[in-house]
Design a protein around this ligand. Sequence first.
Ligand SMILES: [Zn+2]
Length: 863
Amino acid sequence: MRALSLAASFLVLLAMSPRTHAQSRPPDLSAGVSESLAIDRASRVADVRYSLSFDIPASRTETIPARAAISFALSDASAPLALDFEPNAIGRVRQISVAGTAVNTTLQNGHLILPAAALRAGANLVVIDFEAGDAPLNRNDDFLYTILVPARAHEAFPCFDQPDLKARWTLQLTIPAGWEALANGAETARSTSNDRQRISFAETEPISTYLFAFAAGRFSVEQAERNGRMFRMVHRETDARKVARNRDALFDLHAAALDWLERYTGIPYPFGKFDFFLVPAFQFGGMEHPGAVFYNASGLMLDESATQNQLLERASTISHETSHMWFGDLVTMRWFTDVWMKEVFANFMAAKIVNPSFPGVNHDLRFLHAYYPLAYEVDRTAGTNAIRQPLDNLKDAGTLYGAIIYQKAPIVMRQLETIMGAEAFRDGLREYLRQHKFGNASWSDLIAVLDERTPEDLATWSHAWVEEAGRPAITTELSVVNGQIEHLAFTTRDPYPRRALTWTQDIQVALGYIDRIQLVPVHLSGTRTDVAAARGLPAPLFVLPNGGGIAYGDMHLDRQSLSYLSQHVPDVGDALTRGSAWVTLWDAMLDAQLSAERILDLAIGALPREDNELNVQRVLSYLEQANWKFVPESVRASRASSIEQTLRDGLGRASTTSLKSAYFSALRDIAVTPPTLGWLTRVWSGEESIPGLTLAETDFIALTQELAVREVPGWRTLLQQQIERTQNPDRKARLQFVAPALSSEAAERDRFFASLADVNNRRHEPWVLDGLRYLHHPLRAQASVKYIASSLNLLQEIQQTGDIFFPKRWMDATLSGHRSLEAARLVHSFVDRLPPAYPDRLRRIVLSSADDLFRASGERVSP
Ligand SMILES: [Zn+2]
């Protein structure tokens, strides 16, 4: 069904994709899945069913024989029809039949073209024997798992690889005896003969190709019942105590999230059984396959030393993926241009779900710290993008993902909820889900539903916040006469003057007094907003537009407020306003209104007084960034002892394990003086312990890496011993991979970097990123400038061969340790010399990853 409602007049304001014009052209059969191909197929094909079988050998290098039986209804059989199949070297088609008769097909740019003569209007059955492509199968020695998002299913098997041709799937896996397996559907049968076993899985509800999933390998399985529902957890953790410590919490968190979502949406969990798989070194935090959610094991199986942030993060990740069962899986974007919708709802719901499980946490503050700094990190740069982005071909869909989708969009969605009221918003979502369940919808479909429930002008609002990039600059105007506010106003300016957007938002302005914070609600609209309610109030010590944690923008404080907060932020009594002040001061530092040295000293002074753990984490992060990236090296050297002492004191004083862990991690990452490095070495060897903090294998590995990159005496032995004493095989392999990047020998590091040019050495993306971060560690920055140009040149290939988050993370890891003018100019000249055909999104990724480097080095780039 391709009903795109164009009735409402405001919809012309939304960036309409070429979708509406494409019908008349013949479909574009270039590589990937073009929008016109997708539109053509969605108009002709319906009722798709896949029956897939894979014969998976024990060895990860052997081919995987497979069969796909694809049935579908065709409305128009007068033209050929393309399936997508673009396997890598090991995959190929062996034989194709349509309706039982062998046919000759052509393979063109990753499309298998079925001739019109073999097709008929109505029901068709295509059976294909093939060898599966293995690029999206993530084959390891003892296990494999699929990751087919955004459109990688056709790299493994033939299919219509687009989100709006949902299908029912049945699956049969033949795997080595002793392996376990899971898939979207429940296991229905299992038989073993000799050293092979065959497992069949039940037919799924209609789901998109990118959501089809299976995993098989040497796994352990835990099972538990919650609220009458059976959950299965599949994992590879070898530490039995770690499993025992985590399992109940993981089942509880899933059950609580499902329960909450069923109540909020009014729709029961739509996909039958619920399994989840904890993947070692997973490339994402999680992936929302219906009935078989995959997670990064390290995010869920926490150590005893886990921080409060990690506990919150874990609950959020679980709630995020569980929310996707409704937002994304049940109702799916028609095209990946709206991929942000599923992500924003998942994050937005996650925040609502997690709150009741953490009654001791200030959730507004949590929202602030979880979303604002990361959104600003991209939105303040010349490389930023709109939340909703056009997309011509699914092969580029991976480049749409990033902080604007994951962090800015939830902030914007919270505004929309504020504009509409929580109940009207929820009712709108319920109707949207009911209307489109097991189908597809776009942003305009949702806005149409919501617009009926509010008198506000959602079209104009959506245009500025969703369809365009950047954040408004908000400037405070304050005048005080005789100790009273004479006038308070805010000007809102579009950062791109030629565009002159209207930015509307409801905010809570904080007026700070010696003993209290007064929040004043302000509706910002137009270019200047006068706050009449503030007139005559006592003169405040400071005015903070985001004091209530809601306003989004580049805040320019008045002189008095900036000066007060840059000296006295620890005196601000309210934790949310204090956290918000930190976020604003950091922006002011990046804008050169405040020195990095001031931020560093403010942080050193604030930590002993900060009692809110979320704020402690934020301040520690700013302390580390200011220290490594922004203060002059002479300042860094002069403050080293006092910083380390502050962190040691914090570690001793901290009353919770999680706070201790936060201080310990910061100390480990920042330490440079011999006494602290000596102490850390003794902690590593067990000669010293930290009261109240038990370090786990992952902590010892991180400590090893930090000590090695600092070349402490005996570092090479220490590294070798850590590899030997690491029990978990996946973690051991990871450390072995990273080890050459830690070496003091430049030649060894050169070889490590050179090896990354081979895609086979980039299979484990988190390993590669670890290696890159140490290769480019600030202490090694001078020696590693030489790798930057090659890294930039590899970016396009990284995007083509890697998973969705890899290009940005590759650039971040490459540039994070650099601050020199030399490094900045290298990046700048790369961007300047790009050919016109270079993908704009990759150029933007480079610009946003390099933003801190440009600012720290004084090199500026205009948007
Ligand atoms: Zn998601």
